[in-house]
Design a protein around this ligand. Sequence first.
Ligand SMILES: *Cc1c(COP(=O)(O)O)cnc(C)c1O
Length: 338
Amino acid sequence: MENIDWNNLSFGYIKTDYNIRCYYKNGLWGDLEVSDSEYFNMHIAATAIHYGQESFEGLKAFRGKDGKIRIFRMDENAQRMQDSAEGTLMVQFPKEKFMEAVVKVIKLNEKFVPPYESKASLYIRPVLFGSGAEVGVKPAKEYMFILFVTPVGPYFKGGFQTTPFLIMREFDRSAPLGMGKYKVGGNYAASLIAGKKAHDMGYSNIFYLDAKEKKYIDECGAANFFGIKNNTYITPKSASILPSITNKSLMVLAKEMGMKVEQRLVPVEELETFEEAGACGTAAVISPIQRIDDYDEKKSYVFSKDGKPGPISKKLYDKLCGIQYGDEPDNHGWVTVI
Ligand SMILES: *Cc1c(COP(=O)(O)O)cnc(C)c1O
């Protein structure tokens, strides 16, 4: 712990002191249990490992200038985990208990919350999964909720930067009536090949089009997409997109800045007309897009000629980060101070 170099953290796993577990057995959730072990025992026939009955969440806690720790919109993550549970026939983890667990795990690992100056944060990873034994394809009768934290560096090592993205029609992320709207492990196993291919070709990530018609923008990697034009924030509406809490927050902030907000189908060709474009999610808040290359159509949509992020992306990014670190007022009750 004494050896953590706060200014050079990556987005990787670092051991902290404690994690939390909670077990659902005989129709009841037990008490939150604190552990200092990084391991747990699991039944060899648990539904999570052979049928992927699992969901996860990702949120962050930030240390402000005032030394206080702020958690961003954890009620939204608690709700989304309930939605994912519904989508995979898991028993829901109570929202109050989820939030209690998040506060508890942060307090237990307080010394791992990076200092304000480092621009790093504490990443919080809740996981819910079927731990009960089944052999046929059916939901487990027992569940486990686990929660660990790990300090992570700022997404942009050299400051807020643009990167190139790639459209490839060879891969779908999720089917129109499938599981894309849930944060479930299987979606991410399914995205590894496409992500690797894009990375190997020098792109920061892959862009998915809607699986049915391949006409509309869906998501980019594990992030939502937005484009900016004519003082309007435009983000795709689709049943196969994971509803990003960052995107939801940016839509509110864009409105407050006097912009119009549209959530609708976004045809690929419309990329031509955007003045700025970005990917958004907890990890980076906003990852501004330098250009999107359409591999199949041999086309390139450029949003930043000099590689710098656009002014509106920058403004939205600064505003949201400001709220998270406590530099800007929290007018929406998004932040829990501990
Ligand atoms: C987690 C995730 C996002 C981002 O959601 P946030 O709540 O903003 O972190 C976007 N797309 C996918 C596929 C995700 O898994």
